[in-house]
Design a protein around this ligand. Structure first.
Ligand SMILES: [Zn+2]
Length: 242
């Protein structure tokens, strides 16, 4: 059932889609090309579905659900594997959107047209370290700005930010009033980053998860329930980066 990723010269189209399989939201890449049958493959990039142009989405989704056990087993297998080495040409989420990673020719990393040009050092064989440097450099000013925004809404001074590398503890706040946010949040949509910032700012008023705490969160970020749910789903699907 595993179909290798083909790089054909024929015109093909690709789109990111989601489907619920056995209660789990699964992202997949639907690639249409001039092939005769539907092929499913799962690798560290996730689920990929190759389909002929005429195959209906309903048919594709029925097939995915029929193969749901296999798909979830393969996804779990890859999630448990060693951290993803980011290579040129691979895809990565950046601010909630898939971006293609490239090795920048110069020393400056930049983001444009759904592409991340990363300035890797000569001795670096993949882009993992460059991605980490880029993410941290971009995260700091953004997080400081979002924390200042929500602190301002509560009329309190902006707290000191400590950038963390936590893999699932996206944010935390300590008794000294310092807020830690993980640079890994940069893979999320900015609105989800805002939720985490608002959540931690609310802790400066209430160091607990009491109804009073959630009332402050709701004041700062009315859509907090949906954001919290979305982050939980995403967290299970994110590739493991170093
Ligand atoms: Zn909390």
């Amino acid at each position: 059932m595993t179909v290798p990723l083909e790089r054909s010269a024929r015109p093909s189209s690709a789109e990111q889609r989601q489907i619920e399989i056995q209660g789990e939201i699964v992202d997949y890449r639907l690639v249409r090309s001039s092939r005769r049958s539907i092929g499913l493959s799962v690798d560290r990039q996730g689920l990929r579905v190759g389909a002929p142009p005429a195959a209906s989405l309903a048919y594709i989704e029925t097939l995915l659900r029929q193969q749901g056990g296999w798909v979830r087993e393969k996804l779990a297998f890859w999630r448990a594997r060693a951290p993803l080495a980011l290579e040129a040409g691979s895809e990565c989420l950046w601010l909630g959107q898939p971006h293609i990673l490239r090795r920048a020719s110069g020393r400056v990393s930049q983001c444009h047209d759904r592409q991340l040009d990363l300035a890797a050092r000569a001795e670096e064989t993949d882009l993992s370290a460059a991605f980490l440097r880029w993410s941290k450099a971009q995260a700091r000013p953004l997080f400081i700005q979002r924390l200042a925004h929500y602190a301002g809404r509560l009329g309190i001074p902006a707290p000191p930010l400590i950038l963390s590398s936590a893999k699932s503890r996206w944010g935390s706040c300590n008794a000294k009033g310092e807020i830690r946010l993980s640079w890994r949040l940069m893979q999320f949509d900015p609105k989800l980053i805002d939720y985490v910032a608002a959540h931690e700012i609310a802790h400066l008023k209430e160091m607990n998860h009491s109804p009073r705490f959630w009332a402050i969160v709701a004041l700062l970020y009315p859509g907090w329930r949906a954001a919290r749910r979305e982050i939980r789903l995403l967290a299970r699907q994110l590739p493991q980066l170093n």
